[in-house]
Write a protein that binds this ligand. Structure first.
Ligand code: F6R
Length: 263
């Protein structure tokens, strides 16, 4: 894993957006988008790169990680609507290139399989942006998810329901089920790019990077990913034991990149 520690949320966003922009600029990219608070600074920077520096997403395809079951795509808190508000409606990615599972599909199992097979048909995800839950989930793969799981209907833990209640008027309105890309699905992406900010993520980040690979911390499966980049602020990095080594390794990588290497 590449561990990149930055001083502020804004700098986390700038670093992550630069990784995505490099892949988008190659043309015909497929990007994986996450919802929640963590990717917001990355989206803000991607929007700036689009508006001020001509970064175009016109030939990019996008897939979201997950969707709440029971919320129609135009519901204020659906992940389809959230991702449109956060980034898609502010860049030139055609709406027809945005692929989200439909949380009100009649056959949810078939809908999950459709999302999975559309990712495969698109040739896989080149770069997948990820946040991490306080309990170590990525996508909505809660602790106990199979490390080989595929896109499926899943139950949210009480901890995730509580964490996401802030987006709803009434905590009882938080859906209990979701469709999520599986850990096996996520692991097939070219670059796994996880961003996290704040003290509340410090335990999950330490468990993911320095703990055992275990379904109890689903994000730890990324230790098996050949190209995982973890971009965190100081607070989210605060429980990492081997911090000095990560800083040294990142400084060396930046030197190699400055000398013409690629990320
Ligand atoms: C959202 C998702 C989740 C979030 C995670 C962190 O699409 O897949 O894994 O990334 O719950 O959420 P925030 O960023 O709101 O702390």
């Amino acid at each position: 894993m590449h561990i990149v520690v930055r001083e502020s949320d804004e700098e986390v966003g700038r670093y992550a957006a630069d990784v995505i922009a490099q892949i988008v600029r190659r043309g015909g990219a497929t990007i994986g988008l996450a919802t929640g608070s963590s990717p917001m600074s990355t989206y803000a920077e991607l929007i700036r790169l689009h508006k001020e520096e001509g970064l175009s997403f016109a030939d990019t395809q996008a897939f979201t990680l997950d969707e709440y079951v029971g919320l129609a795509p135009d519901h204020e808190q659906s992940y389809h609507k959230t991702i449109r508000d956060a980034i898609v409606d502010h860049i030139d990615l055609p709406l027809s290139h945005l692929n989200t599972p439909n949380g009100v599909a009649e056959n949810l199992v078939a809908e999950a399989e459709r999302h999975e097979s559309n990712i495969r048909k698109a040739g896989g995800v080149d770069v997948q942006l990820l946040g991490i839950g306080n309990n170590g989930h990525i996508g909505f793969n809660e602790p106990s998810s199979s490390l080989a799981s595929r896109t499926r209907v899943e139950s949210l833990t009480q901890s995730t329901i509580d964490a996401n209640a802030r987006f709803f008027e009434n905590p009882d309105d938080v859906p209990r089920l979701c469709i999520t890309q599986g850990l096996g699905t996520i692991m097939e992406c070219g670059v796994a790019l996880l961003v996290a900010q704040g003290e509340s993520k410090a335990d999950a980040i330490a468990a993911m990077v320095e703990g055992p690979v275990t379904a109890s911390c689903p994000a730890s499966v990324l230790q098996f990913h050949p190209h995982a980049i973890v971009v965190v602020d100081e607070a989210a990095a605060s429980k990492l034991k081997d911090r000095a080594y990560y800083d040294l390794a990142q400084a060396n990588r930046e030197r190699l990149i400055a000398n013409g290497g690629t990320l």
